[in-house]
Design a protein around this ligand. Structure first.
Ligand SMILES: [Zn+2]
Ligand SMILES: [Zn+2]
Length: 252
């Protein structure tokens, strides 16, 4: 039975810091590699050129912090292909709706070695033994997808960026995840009026309501003390950890 290995590559937003990158998670099952978002700086943690073989990239939405390093990966694939060291194109799955010309900018890149596919909510994507399904969370202000990864009766859900206006829909999609990777951009003390992101407490609440086994928090404010996110989520959900760049999790 193949293990599912998840490596956080980027855990902060909206900008990188010395040791932290913008959002990205690498999922490995056998020889298949799946990137969930492609934030600024994540290429620092990728193993080139091996990573380019059997690589599938899902971009959840067109905010810069989620696709800032896509161009670097694509141009590296272009170079390695030209050197005769990469045969298969990188597969890139994109939200359908244009946003500020960003989709078009990605699609018209002439120095990429990629195939592009639109994300379809009605589809289950089979990548090796992995099943992937996606759902627009309808709470982040723009088209933005949650991603579910299933293999061997194990389920991982990555929320990407979500807000507080469609909690029922989010909870429904996240039901019974063995691992829920949730954004937690804010703390309650930020006294926000923002509805397009979650607090760590909100993330804990979603983990509780959806009966997750474990919660992994991510998408932190770079200048904020990370332990405060952990404490806040733990008020409502016990089995929680902070995502750390390079710290692998294995589900077997
Ligand atoms: Zn966003
Ligand atoms: Zn973001």
């Amino acid at each position: 039975m193949k293990n599912l290995i998840i490596t956080p590559l980027g855990t902060v937003s909206p900008h990188c810091s010395l040791k932290r990158n913008c959002p990205g998670f690498l999922v490995e099952v056998g020889s298949e590699k799946i990137l969930l978002d492609c934030g600024n700086g994540i290429t620092r943690l990728l193993n080139f050129p091996d990573i380019l073989n059997h690589l599938h990239i899902f971009i959840t939405h067109y905010h810069e912090d989620h696709f800032g390093d896509l161009g670097s990966i694509e141009s590296t694939a272009f170079c390695y292909h030209n050197l005769g060291m990469l045969e298969k194109k990188v597969k890139v799955y994109l939200p359908k709706k244009e946003y500020l010309g960003r989709r078009n900018m990605i699609l018209k890149n002439q120095e990429a070695y990629s195939i592009y596919r639109d994300i379809e909510e009605s589809k289950v994507y089979n990548i090796g033994d992995v099943k992937i399904s996606l759902k627009d969370n309808h709470s982040h202000g723009i088209e933005s997808y949650m991603i579910k990864i299933e293999i061997n009766n194990k389920k991982v859900v990555y929320t990407s960026d979500i807000g507080t206006t469609n909690i029922d829909g989010v909870v429904n999609f996240c039901q019974n995840a063995d691992l829920l990777i949730s954004e937690s951009s804010l703390l309650r003390r930020h006294n926000r009026n923002l509805k397009t992101h979650l607090t760590a407490y909100d993330a804990g609440k979603i983990a509780q309501l959806s009966s997750a086994s474990k919660l992994l928090l991510t998408h932190f404010w770079p200048e904020e003390d990370r332990n405060l996110y952990l404490e806040e989520a733990k008020e409502i959900f016990e089995n929680v950890e902070l995502a750390e760049e390079g710290k692998r999790l294995v589900l077997d």
